[in-house]
Design a protein around this ligand. Sequence first.
Ligand code: NDP
Ligand code: 2IT
Length: 444
Amino acid sequence: MNYTEKTLEAVRAKYSYQPEFLQAVSEVFESLEKVIEKNEKLYESEAILERIVEPDRQIIFRVPWVDDSGKIRVNTGYRVQFNNSIGPYKGGLRLHPSVNLSVIKFLGFEQVFKNSLTGLPIGGGKGGSDFDPKGKSDREVMAFCQSFMTELCKYIGADTDVPAGDIGTGAREIGYMFGQYKRIRGLYEGVLTGKGLSYGGSLVRTEATGYGLLYLVRELLKCNGSSIEGKTVVISGAGNVAIYAAEKATQLGGKVVTMSDSTGWIYDKDGVDLAAVKEIKEKNRARLTEYKKYRPESEYHEGRGVWSVKCDIALPCATQNELLLDDAKALVANGVEAVCEGANMPSTIEATKYLQENGVLFVPGKASNAGGVATSALEMSQNSERLSWTFEEVNQKLNGIMVGIYHNIANAAEEYGMKGNFVAGANIAGFQKVVNAMLAHGAC
Ligand code: NDP
Ligand code: 2IT
């Protein structure tokens, strides 16, 4: 067994109860084999792989809060500070009932490589809670966020760890958390990103993940002799990433025909009415069942199913493991050209392999959704210099970063004899920068 296989086996044995984390590690290690082989002796003696899979620190805490009936409720809070070799820990906070340590560790691990790919000085971390914001009043969400931050504020700071949004954490939650941080720590600093524009937020951060995804898709298609113009686009999710992916896809001449939420999905053959989706999701916090009221000719289906719709471009933008092998088969049978991930690890390993083997242009989330965290890093820069940049300035930087990421991962794949394998390219390019820093820092 070589060093990579040995380490992977040890991780699998030690964390057999953390399936999402193991899935993320397996995918990365598989792509890194050729890189590790080249430097096996050095990396093994420096324990690079053992160190890269073990978070610097894992903070788990109780989050008590009072609901509207006066009852005390209890959730579990997490912050996994994974690796700060190239900058302060950076990564979102997920609020969803499915959150557990395995989920936060997989997200934190992915974030290390993603943040490295942005080319900006940010390390990797992730956090969140099993709190479910759905069906809660604003006061209850505030009570939760204040309690969560009361504990979290001991471990974060503008130069140590800078959380942001993720599933279930948007502008409202970031606002409550920022307010509590400022109150307890007495510091007005860029400790969170995705802030409101009146208190240090950056223009474009709201749109950044979705827009960035489409900037990467545009470059990917351009370099492969194609374009978004006139293409049918299938999107899953109806949250922050999905909405702004749909907006930019439409602006670039694509036709978005599906969106979904955790209960069902819509099919609108004439192109999704985004103003309606925004009103339903961003304003009313309601279900997609409402969409038919705006567009009576559209279809609503219970459960999952967007991948069965014939399309040229598929963009999974909801959650992990939402695109399975059978979905990949359906997409290929329907002639899909590109699948680019807006969510983190939405495709299973089997689905990814099937798409790649069948000639689909496949880009993994750690590259294609990096526009969100990249713009967060731009928000940190603006906070540090106490200035704000224009929409156009940030948008142009975002586009430049996404174009750069595409070429970086394409070149890395080619250099290691895996041309067109953007999964390998992303893992290799992301890994190299982090490892160089780890080697420079010695045993830590
Ligand atoms: P939101 O909470 O804004 O939206 C999530 C969407 O996905 C909602 O439509 C939600 O449905 C759906 N969804 C969530 N969980 C499930 C589930 N278990 N099954 C089916 N549908 C589900 O989150 P974001 O848009 O911010 O995040 C989406 C994905 O993108 C996540 O994987 C996240 O990690 C990733 N990401 C986010 C970034 C950001 O900047 N926000 C940056 C990079 C990646 P419902 O409305 O019913 O809850
Ligand atoms: O998965 C992600 O990259 C995010 N949720 C965004 C993280 C950030 O710090 O902006």
